[in-house]
Design a protein around this ligand. Structure first.
Ligand SMILES: [Cu+2]
Length: 157
């Protein structure tokens, strides 16, 4: 009889332990449910990383937009030739296409800058200027219409 009782008690204890174990296991799954929030926590972490990428992309997008505006303003280049002591200085001037050459008479007598068929100034008194814009490349030999010995050349590249 004692053995049967012992067995019964033992079995009961065993079932109780198992039952408790099962309860614990049952409770354990409930605990994991909260842990399901962990994936949610991981999600924000990922989204945070992904959100960090877009700003970089926006910056890159902004940078390319800035460079496009470059414009070429140096279209009007000016060069000077002085008329002094019955000579053009410099006598041979090189300029780029589109440049404007300005002659200034520093002599006390009149001079006329002339290239027949291309340009000819009015009689320039002391201090007067004459300008011409060269748009076609080439060599332009000119002279003074009053003093033929005065010659000069503009080379346009
Ligand atoms: Cu002259």
């Amino acid at each position: 009889m004692n053995n049967k009782i012992f067995l019964a008690v033992s079995l009961s204890a065993a079932f109780l332990l198992i039952g408790v174990g099962c309860q614990n296991q049952t409770v354990a799954p409930q605990a994991p449910t909260p842990s399901a929030n962990q994936p949610g926590v991981v999600g924000p972490g990922i989204s945070g990383s992904s959100s960090a990428v877009p700003p970089t992309t926006q910056v890159n997008t902004t940078v390319p937009v800035v460079p496009p505006p470059p414009v070429k303003p140096p279209a009007s280049v000016k060069a000077n030739v002085t008329i002094q002591n019955f000579s053009f200085q410099p006598a041979d001037l090189q300029v780029t296409s589109g440049s404007t050459v300005i002659w200034t008479n520093l002599d006390s007598v009149q001079h006329i800058v002339s290239l027949p068929g291309t340009f000819e100034s009015s009689p320039l008194n002391s201090g007067d200027t004459f300008q011409y814009t060269f748009s076609i490349p080439g060599a332009y030999g000119y002279h003074c219409a009053i003093h033929p010995s005065m010659v000069g050349q503009i080379t346009v590249k």
